[in-house]
Design a protein around this ligand. Structure first.
Ligand SMILES: Nc1nc2c(ncn2[C@@H]2O[C@H](COP(=O)(O)OP(=O)(O)OP(=O)(O)O)[C@@H](O)[C@H]2O)c(=O)[nH]1
Length: 205
């Protein structure tokens, strides 16, 4: 019998119009709609993936980025296993808002600032000619804010979309490995690491 896939709740956040729905649809159905409408509330789709010989069912929650839908999206943050924070490389305000999105997620997911949590940052729309956010600048921000993995994607032409979603699973596994190795018996001082939410940021990768 085939092994059962582990269910992972993945939340997609970012300003309205940066391409969250388009990324989800490209990843799950390999489709792109140039006339994509704003999301109202949340929608989710599932996709099975294999990472390091393990099966995962990624349940991807696409949220409405517009401020007026805040109360509709925030109840869905709790229980998330990973979070993809998205901006568009041709929209500097969406890049400046990354910190706000991170804070909003941690607050409503009830995760303490400084706790270890698998975020991945996505700079979408790299196919456009008028990009205004540079790669290095974005990478530096990711490094300074918990060494989060950074991917530049295009939902339109598929660039890096699979890799960005899979990176969320890999990041989760990396942080779990850090927790596992920290909870193995050692001869050092005893620290209560039974609960994931007590682990401080490990700052790997
Ligand atoms: N050129 C280009 N356009 C894109 C890309 N991804 C999305 N778009 C377009 O950007 C617009 C907004 O895309 P959506 O996927 O609806 O954006 P969203 O982040 O889900 O927006 P909200 O639902 O309002 O939060 C649509 O016209 C898409 O076709 C991309 O990679 N390249």
């Amino acid at each position: 019998m085939a092994a059962k896939a582990k269910l992972l709740k993945v939340v997609l956040l970012g300003d309205g119009g940066v391409g969250k729905s388009s990324l989800m649809n490209r990843f799950v159905s390999n489709k792109f709609d140039a006339q994509s409408f704003h999301t109202i509330g949340v929608e989710f789709l599932n996709k099975d993936v294999e990472v390091d010989n393990e099966l995962y069912k990624m349940q991807i929650w696409d949220t409405a980025g517009q401020e007026r839908f805040k109360s509709l999206r925030t109840p869905f943050y709790r229980g998330a296993d990973c979070c993809l924070l998205t901006f568009a490389v041709d929209d500097v305000q969406s890049y400046r808002n990354l910190g706000m999105w991170r804070k909003e997620f941690l607050y409503y997911a009830d995760i303490k600032e400084g706790d270890s949590f698998p975020f991945v940052i996505i700079g979408n729309k790299v196919d456009v000619e008028n990009r205004v956010v540079g790669s290095e600048e974005a990478q530096e921000w990711c490094h300074a804010n918990g060494r989060m993995p950074y991917f530049e994607t295009s939902a339109k032409d598929s660039t890096n979309v699979n890799d960005a979603f899979r990176a969320a699973v890999k990041r989760l596994k990396e942080l779990e490995d850090v927790i596992d190795s920290n909870t193995k018996p050692s001869h050092g001082p005893t620290v209560d690491l039974k609960r994931k939410d007590k682990l401080q940021s490990s700052g790997c990768c």
